[in-house]
Design a protein around this ligand. Structure first.
Ligand SMILES: [Zn+2]
Length: 230
């Protein structure tokens, strides 16, 4: 009996151990899973600038004064990588202008491109009113903007950094931008209508200014507001 009890006791003890191991196993699995996540985060580090996405309003990089680029560094690999990513992201998002701070790089670089196919999608009335015109890719490093016509035009504009919204913003009709291009050559460009608007919008980004600072706030809309009622 004594022996049997001992055996039973041993079995019970063993069962308790098994059960404990089982619970311990679940605990270990959970721990292992979170550890795997931890390792994954370690292996796949969060992205670093230049980002392949656009920073959203709230990100301090959009509110700072971007720094001038050393002209001697424009053709160097680091600045070229920023320019390459800027153009890549701009085209990926189908937007017509983008600035370096928007991809997390606080440098005075902007790109403008208005593809012909986008123009073809616009109505003649819209082309006429907004002064839409196709613009081949233009990159400006350390751009300076000069207003050539003090008159302003009021149109609805949007920003990839304030995703999903739009508002009416007054912009000068004609401006001239000068600076360096992606090959570090001195260039200047006189722009009117929509390209002038894009330039002013992107120039603002280099100074930490967003269109919401200049908009007529009563015209601020969620682009999908109608969808919410459907
Ligand atoms: Zn913008």
């Amino acid at each position: 009996t004594n022996r049997l009890l001992t055996v039973t006791g041993a079995w019970e003890l063993w069962s308790v151990c098994l059960c404990a191991f089982y619970i311990y196993g679940i605990y270990q699995t959970a721990k292992a899973r979170s550890y795997l996540q931890y390792v994954k985060r370690k292996v796949r580090a969060p992205p670093t600038p230049p980002y392949k996405h656009v920073c959203q309003v709230g990100d301090p990089v959009l509110r700072g004064q971007a720094a001038a680029v050393d002209p001697g560094a424009v053709r160097g690999p680091e600045v070229q990588r920023v320019i390459g990513t800027l153009v890549e992201v701009m085209r990926k998002l189908d937007c017509v202008g983008l600035s370096a701070p928007q991809i997390g790089v606080p440098l005075r670089i902007l790109a403008v491109e208005y593809p012909e196919k986008m123009l073809e999608e616009s109505s003649p009335a819209s082309i006429e009113a907004r002064g839409l015109v196709a613009v081949p890719l233009r990159v400006f490093v350390n751009p300076e903007l000069r207003v050539l016509d003090g008159r302003t035009a009021l149109f609805q504009e949007a920003c990839e950094s304030i995703s999903g919204f739009s508002a009416s913003v007054p912009r000068y009709v004609t401006v001239e931008v000068s600076g360096l291009n992606e090959k570090a050559e001195r260039v200047s460009w006189r722009a009117s209508g929509w390209p002038a608007r894009i330039l002013q919008h992107e120039m603002d980004h280099l100074n930490g200014v967003l269109y919401i600072d200049r908009m007529d706030s009563k015209t601020f809309i969620n682009i999908c507001w109608q969808m919410h009622n459907e």
